[in-house]
Design a protein around this ligand. Structure first.
Ligand code: SAH
Length: 220
């Protein structure tokens, strides 16, 4: 274990348990998600200078103008995606610092995650390797195109906001599968889109605040 991992030591374990209590009080009911979030060291995913704030109920900067979603958002999206059942194959758009990816790796057999900012993904790749998470496949690409060669997926999660869901992502959702994303323009809401044999069924939920889903890739 590196100095960084052990540095905050027991404090972070206690702080993490306080975060779990807070999430429960905020209405997160899926005990599987709460248990996983109680075990994943969130402070590893932010810059060292911000590590002491990692368990607060805030989004924090992760460089390149992006943010790590606040704990409630991660918990809520995870419980909506899971819907009380484990998943087989999940696609995540917007890897960012990889915190949500690390949670997904424990609720799905296999996770594919796409990030458009190359240097951000490079750092995240190292971090997730250090945590020895092996059932994830990271890709530097424009997530709006999805990942047809690995689909269809029983779960798709988008961690950046869009006004319209890109068609390839709708197509790559399995019948019976579920997509969770923030959707909107001025006002954003979490949405669940379920694909049924008859078509897509959308449910609009809590108001949220995400950075935008953007086309194309950033190389350096
Ligand atoms: N789950 C991440 C969220 C990061 S913010 C975390 O908690 O760290 C949203 C991320 O989506 C950013 O890293 C941004 O670069 C990425 N993103 C935006 N548009 C994208 C696209 N079209 N394809 C892939 N990633 C995208």
């Amino acid at each position: 274990m590196s100095v960084r991992h052990s540095g905050i030591g027991m404090t972070s374990q206690r702080t993490r348990l306080r975060m779990i209590e807070r999430l429960r009080a905020q209405g997160i009911a899926d005990e599987v998600v709460l248990t996983i979030m109680g075990a994943v060291p969130r402070h590893i995913f932010v810059e060292e200078a911000l590590a002491s704030r990692a368990y607060e109920d805030v989004a924090l900067p992760i460089n390149y103008g992006q943010t790590i979603s606040n704990p409630w958002v991660v918990a809520r999206m995870s419980e909506l995606l899971r819907a009380n059942a484990s998943l087989t194959k999940v696609l995540e758009i917007g890897t960012g610092c990889g915190y949500q990816t690390a949670i997904l790796a424990q609720i799905a057999k296999k996770v594919y995650s796409i990030e458009r900012i190359g240097p951000l993904l490079t750092r995240t790749r190292i971090r997730l390797q250090e945590l020895q998470i092996r059932n994830i496949h990271l890709k530097h690409a424009d997530g709006m195109l999805g990942l047809a060669e690995a689909g269809p997926f029983d779960g798709i999660i988008i961690t950046a906001v869009t006004a319209h869901v890109p068609t390839p992502l709708l197509e790559q959702l399995e019948v019976g599968g579920r997509m969770v994303l923030p959707k909107g323009t001025q006002k954003q809401n979490l949405c669940v889109i379920e694909r049924t044999a008859q078509g897509y069924v959308e449910t609009v939920l809590e108001e949220v605040n995400f950075v935008p889903l953007l086309a194309g890739v950033v190389k350096k």
